[in-house]
Structure formats: C-alpha cells, structure tokens
Write a protein that binds this ligand. Structure first.
Ligand code: NAP
Ligand code: ZN
Ligand code: ZN
Length: 349
C-alpha cells in the first residue's frame, strides 16, 4: 500500500480538507494514474455531505478523473506509461452478470464505485479523484483522445456519459424536440450533445441569468420553468426530456410537455430525505408517457462518447480551480451558480 495526498471530508458537516489515503499495491492488471485534473460533480457534494446516507471517513469524492499513466502491471496491454487516460464513476464490476456481458456495467449489482465502495482487490474503501493518484484495473480505464484537453476532458467522464447514454438509448434523431431541465454540469452537456445529434433543444431553467448562456451553448429555445405562460406553448411536444435537477421538485409540469410515447428521463439524484411531486396518473395514461431514470453509462459507451466528442468538437465549459477552492465551489453548486463545471487542477495538491 502507499499513502497518497487527497482532499476529503472527515464528517458530513465538515468542509473538505487535506487528508492522506491508502492506495493498493499495483496488481498485474492494474494501471497507476498520476491525476492531473478532476471535475466536481454535484454527486460529490451529495456524497461528502452524507445526503445519500452515511459516508466513510474520510469521504474523498471525484469521479471525473484525468491523468497520465505512471506504471502498469505485467498483464496490462490496453494502456502504457505516459498515456493520457480517464476514469469515470466505476472502477470495476463483477464481469459475470448479464449486464457485464452486455457491456452495461453501470447496471451490475457487483460494480465497484470510484468512491463509496470497497475494492475487490484489496478490501480497502475506494477513494475518488480529489487525490494525487489512483490505481485501477485496465478494463475500467478510458483513452482520452488527442482532440480533448486534460482540463476539459474530465466532465465528460460523468456529466458527458450520463447525458449521452439516454440520448442514445431513446434514439434521438435529427429534428426531434429534446428538453433539458436544469442548466448545470449535466444539463449543459446534454445541450451540447443533443445539438451535436441535430435535435431541436429547449432548455428549462430556474435562473434568469442563464438564459443568454443557454442560447450561446446552442439551445434553440430557453424557457423559465417557473413561468407558466412560457411553459404552455410546449405542451405535448417533446420526444425526450432530460432532467438533471439536483433537488426534489414538481415533475408534473414536465410530463405534460411530452408528446405521445414521450419520456421524461430523471438523472438528478436528490438527497434521500427529499421526494419529487409526481404527475397525476391520467397525465401518464393519456399519451402513454413514461418517467424513467438512467445511471451513467457502460465502459464501451463511455469510450464511444469520448471519441464522439473529440470528433464533433464537443467539450464542456469549465472553471479551473485549485484544491483550496473546492469548498467555495460546493457553496456555488448549492446555489445553482455553476458555469458550467468546476475542474480541479491537481498540480498544487
Ligand atoms: P449542478 O451542476 O449543480 O446542476 C444542477 C442544476 O439543477 C442547477 O444548476 C440548477 O439549474 C438546477 N436546480 C438546482 N436546484 C434546483 C431546484 N431546487 N429546483 C429547480 N432546479 C434546480 O449538478 P450536476 O452535477 O449537473 O448534477 C445534477 C444531479 O444529477 C445531481 O443530483 C447529481 O447527483 C446527479 N447525477 C446523476 C447521475 C446519474 O448517473 N444519473 C450522474 C451524475 C450526476 P438552473 O439554474 O438552470 O435551474
Ligand atoms: Zn457524477
Ligand atoms: Zn456484473
């Protein structure tokens, strides 16, 4: 084992601070990555503050990890020392279940999360990417294409794949109307990805100050979701609405906007103590509408998404911060004041 510097929360109500963590010894199938950058997902905040249940101490978040390969084990063929690589929300899975065989490890009951899990290899708790290095089995390490910088690639590893996967699953086609609720880290990637698929994109925001940004990001239309008069003309018109709001809210106002067979796909994972207001059953019956959910994406699809972004020139809007800026960034996330993903530069950790 080796001691590694990290940033983590020692209690749910404590700010994040410098901590030391143990990383496992490099195994034959492992890749050791020197982390250069890590994105800040709202899930990091839910986790560090105990909003999803009790967390380990220290809780070291971070699942949008980019860095350079420092060492590889004897069996590693997929990556070599010096390669620029990424790690997203999973670091392993059971490899035997139906989901794993189909390359959809995000549905594996035995998956190992990048944080909030226990490593199969060592029995150690998993610690995320707010740290100097991470050791990951080669199959869960992604290639970062040359066209993506190390500063802008991290948000793709969670916000990117989490929005790309439902756009593909619901088979979004050119010209179809796609809604995006909540313009934060996930939401702004949903806008860029849906536009890259030539959809007609409508953003629903609670922030007047984001209207101009949404247009600049590529949205065809922007609606202030608290204004019923702006919502009404969109009734019965959406093929898919991607909802990335991080707090519980009224879902009925969005299900009404779905066309026949349309889907409201929930991505947000609010604190477990909160619950959404659900639509009336007749809203769902009439129009055969669906409310669905979607978790991240499998490893194969994550690589496909990275390659898609590099080919199409899709990259997140980021604000680079030093590790000391993490607590301030969390305060801004709570207020919805994110433009549009914080990325930690690990050089000074
Ligand atoms: P974020 O950057 O903080 O964005 C969330 C956005 O939601 C805010 O910017 C705000 O947008 C809107 N919002 C926040 N509170 C709201 C409220 N009370 N009512 C209405 N709108 C509100 O967060 P993120 O990193 O994109 O993550 C979003 C959620 O997805 C989090 O819960 C996170 O845990 C979850 N998540 C899920 C997955 C998955 O696999 N399904 C993956 C990653 C993250 P406006 O200002 O535009 O209204
Ligand atoms: Zn995330
Ligand atoms: Zn499995």
């Amino acid at each position: 084992m080796s001691q590694v510097s990290a940033y983590g929360a020692v209690r749910a109500d404590a700010p994040l601070q410098p901590v030391k963590i143990e990383r496992r010894v490099l195994g034959a199938d492992d890749v050791e990555i020197g982390i250069t950058h890590c994105g800040i997902c709202h899930s990091d905040l839910h986790f560090a503050r105990g909003e999803w249940g009790e967390q380990p101490a220290p809780a070291v978040p971070g699942h949008e990890i980019v860095g350079l390969v420092r060492a590889v084990g004897a069996n590693v063929t997929k990556h070599k020392v010096g390669d620029r690589v990424g790690v997203g929300c999973m670091v392993d899975s059971c490899r035997q279940c139906e989901a794993c065989h189909e390359g959809e490890e995000q549905f594996c009951a035995g998956q190992t999360g990048t944080y909030m899990s226990v490593e199969k290899q060592s029995g150690l708790p998993t610690y995320g990417g707010y740290s100097k290095s991470i050791t990951v089995t080669q199959d869960f390490v992604l290639r970062i294409p040359d066209g993506l910088s190390s500063e802008r690639a991290p948000p793709l590893l969670c916000a990117g794949i989490t929005t790309y996967s439902p756009l593909r699953h619901w088979n979004v086609q050119a010209g179809q109307k796609v809604g995006v609720v909540g313009l934060g880290g996930l939401g702004h990637m949903a806008v860029k990805l849906a536009k890259a698929m030539d959809a007609h994109v409508v953003v629903f925001t609670t922030s007047q100050s984001k209207v101009a940004d949404a247009k600049a990001l590529g949205a065809d239309e922007v609606v202030l979701s608290k204004d019923a008069a702006q919502m009404k003309p969109h009734a019965n018109s959406f093929h898919l609405i991607i909802n990335s709001v991080s707090a519980a809210h009224d879902l009925a106002q969005f299900t009404k906007l779905l066309r026949r067979n349309g889907t409201l796909c929930l991505l947000g994972a609010p604190p477990v103590t909160e619950s959404h207001q659900w639509p009336a059953v007749f809203t769902m019956l009439m129009g055969r509408r669906s409310v669905a959910g979607s978790p991240i994406g499998g490893i194969r699809e994550t690589q496909e998404m990275l390659d898609f972004c590099a080919a199409k020139g899709v990259a997140p809007e980021i604000e680079v911060i030093a590790p000391e800026g993490i607590n301030g960034a969390y305060e801004r996330l709570v207020k919805g004041d994110v433009r549009y993903r914080f990325v930690i530069d690990m050089a000074t950790l």
